[in-house]
Ligand binder design. Structure first.
Ligand code: FAD
Length: 386
């Protein structure tokens, strides 16, 4: 491992290629037209809460999902920077992209890296079309940060595996088609990270029970998912038996470094900047200037990590930094809104008030999903050799 602060400086510098710049204007034009048609209005955290299969399929039809995947699997063989630009535009617009988000961001790349040829052919084209959605079965009631203590277990059976256990906080399991489940397939006394595997489970299989977990406003995004003697055929083992830990670690770098880690509240940031521009005060101008400066720095970092991943590196430490600093930045957006505009002023600006309320409701989850910030700081400290 590369220790020391200098390890964080190894990321290459980047200029967006002309194709990405051109693509940005195409995506922006599409999103403006969709908003004008009333297909969606911008929401904070819409990459997590805005589950809209028709919208995902429309993006798939335009070739904006699975962008960097090989064409033989339904992808478009474009650069990771083009994917970054599409992602950024969708987040900036607060578009309803939750249906395909996990598949496009990490399940698809996981299948490309670890899946069999048969699995790639079976799942990737549907993901790239925005029609097949995957959930993530990682966290358990007694195993969140310390995943090595998870107890969901699969035992060998004729032609496959029998899966038993419970996953929790499983986003959109009630709306997805499949779930990748991290489970124990053997136990080692010496190495607590050994003996994990990933299984692909059809969420309609007999023995799968999905129960809603509702949040404060009664909305339903995540679930408890129980597996009661679920049969999983051999051909749905993802990657190698026993290699689940390293496979999931590679996935988590993708999960932690993307622009969704600092752009969940972008629709509120836009409203805030517009409101300050309409009624500037020294406090408002200062606060917005600071936010935007931090946003630009985070964006640069996320972009360089995207390039490093494309080059085959596993930048887990910088990815952890983006997630930690990014989600803290996101939290400041509603805090600044509250400090700059009184409740009466917010009430006079309904779209600012609506985005502010969404951000306040959904913000706390940002520090947890994808690994808690405290745990990520531990990863960074370890990477620095502390
Ligand atoms: C919106 C949202 C969506 C999610 N979607 C999914 C999903 O689709 N699939 C899925 O599998 N999971 C999902 N999760 C779960 C998420 O990954 C877990 O919440 C997270 O990993 C933390 O686990 P936990 O909730 O068990 O908290 P715990 O691990 O119990 O942590 C509780 C507190 O203790 C602190 N803590 C724990 N260990 C340490 C340590 N070693 N050092 C310092 N502090 C520590 C944590 O930082 C935290 O503040 C989602 C969560 C949210 C909020």
């Amino acid at each position: 491992m590369n220790h020391g602060v200098s390890a964080l400086l190894n990321l290459p510098d980047i200029d967006l290629p002309a194709a990405a710049v051109q693509l940005r204007s195409e995506v922006r034009e599409f999103l403006t037209a969709e908003r004008a048609k009333g297909t969606f209005i911008p929401h904070c955290d819409a990459w997590h809460t805005g589950f809209d299969p028709a919208f995902s399929a429309a993006l798939g039809e335009r070739g904006w999902l699975g962008i960097s995947w090989p064409t033989k699997y339904g992808g478009h063989q474009r650069s990771v920077l083009e994917r970054f630009v599409v992602t950024e535009e969708l987040l900036a617009a607060g578009a309803p992209v939750a249906a395909h988000w996990v598949s496009d961001r990490q399940s698809g790349p996981g299948f490309l890296r670890f899946g069999t040829e048969e699995q790639r052919q079976r799942f990737l084209p549907g993901m790239a079309a925005g029609e097949i959605y995957f959930a993530l079965g990682i966290s358990e009631p007694e195993a969140g940060s310390d995943l090595s203590s998870l107890v969901t277990r699969a035992r060998r059976a004729d032609g496959g595996w029998i899966l038993n256990g419970t996953k929790t906080w499983t986003s959109h399991a009630h709306q997805c088609h499949f779930i990748t489940v991290l489970c124990r397939t053997s136990q080692s006394q010496d190495d607590r990270h050994a003996g994990f595997s990933q299984l692909i489970v059809d969420l309609t299989s007999p023995g799968v029970i999905v129960r809603p977990i509702r949040i404060l406003d009664n909305s339903h995004h995540f679930n408890e998912v129980m597996f009661d003697n679920v049969f999983v055929p051999d051909d749905l083992l993802l990657g190698e038996e026993g290699a689940g830990w390293s496979q999931i670690s590679a996935e988590l770098a993708l999960e932690r470094s993307g622009p969704e880690r600092f752009m969940s509240n972008f629709p509120l940031l836009e409203e805030l900047v517009a409101a300050v521009a309409a009624a500037p005060t020294p406090q408002g101008v200062q606060a917005v200037g600071e936010l935007v400066a931090d946003f630009i720095a985070l964006r640069r970092m996320s972009l360089t990590i995207a390039t490093a991943i494309e080059a085959g590196e596993n930048p887990s430490i910088p990815a952890a930094l983006v997630k930690d600093t990014g989600t803290r930045f996101e939290q400041r957006v509603p805090e600044v809104t509250r400090a700059v505009f009184s409740p009466v002023q917010r009430a006079q600006n309904p779209s600012l008030a609506a985005r502010y309320e969404e951000a306040v409701l959904l913000n706390p989850g940002g520090k947890f999903r994808g690994g808690t910030n405290e745990v990520l700081r531990g990863i960074v400290a370890k990477g620095l050799g502390l």
